[in-house]
Design a protein around this ligand. Structure first.
Ligand code: DC
Length: 227
């Protein structure tokens, strides 16, 4: 029997990660964070001072990247060429760089195969920007999770504040501007831009908690499974 593939696409800060992890745990499925893979490429680009326009160097870099996720007591760690880069890929610089390099076709091509290999016929919840449109077009249930820019920026700001406490050196307004810039990059790129698949179920999470979003998703999944 074919394994279930559930895709969750949407802009930054819509709550995809929280909801995807929750859903994967609830269903006993694997979880695939594809944004982390783009972030890993961005980190290598930064560390090796490669130009984001140098396709040969990018292709070479991607060919030599060995990426895999490990689940340590429910926490997902990304290992790149033997090194745990989980924390290194979450800086604001890498966030913007990931958006920039994700527009390059050599990078997208390299990661396309990797993403498909990574699920290895296992049931999975895959989150990203092009899961339902490009990477897993035959997914069983596709979701597109969105929320207003103000809500998404506020949530991201609160998250940053709780992680860095008094050392937070960015304002809510700056978070909002960066998020808007990233949305524009991700939506306007020529290859695999951020958009809902035609058969995606759209959920507006502006006024919903993560738990409520998961409940809505479970109703659709159960309908699909005919439970
Ligand atoms: O989900 P995230 O914030 O970790 O993603 C970082 C960047 O990676 C995002 O701005 C665009 C890119 N990305 C992509 O182009 N396609 C995906 N499937 C996932 C992420």
């Amino acid at each position: 029997m074919k394994s279930m593939v559930i895709t969750i696409d949407g802009p930054a800060g819509a709550g995809k990660t929280t909801v995807s992890r929750f859903l994967a745990k609830k269903l006993g499925y694997s979880y695939l964070d594809t944004g982390a893979l783009y972030r890993a490429v961005a980190l290598e680009v930064q560390q090796n001072t490669i130009s984001v326009e140098d396709d040969n160097a990018l292709e070479n870099l991607c060919r030599n990247l060995h990426l895999n996720f490990i689940n340590q007591n429910g926490c997902f760690h990304l290992i790149c060429n033997g090194k745990d880069i989980t924390d290194d890929i979450r800086t604001p610089e890498i966030t913007m760089m990931a958006s920039t390099i994700s527009a390059r076709s050599v990078v997208r091509g390299a990661l396309l195969d990797l993403q498909r290999q990574m699920i290895q016929d296992k049931p999975v919840v895959a989150e990203g920007r092009d899961m339902g449109t490009v990477v897993f077009p035959n997914a069983d249930v596709k979701f597109f999770l969105d929320a207003s820019l103000t809500t998404r920026a506020l949530r991201r700001y609160e998250e940053l504040k709780s992680n860095s406490g008094q050392y937070l050196n960015v304002s809510l307004d700056e978070v909002k501007q960066q998020m808007q810039k990233r949305d524009e990059n991700d939506q306007s790129r020529a290859i695999a831009p951020l958009r809902p698949a035609e058969d995606a179920i759209k959920i507006d999470a502006t006024n919903l908690t993560a738990g409520q979003v998961v409940d809505v998703m479970m109703q659709h999944i159960n309908r699909h499974l005919k439970i």
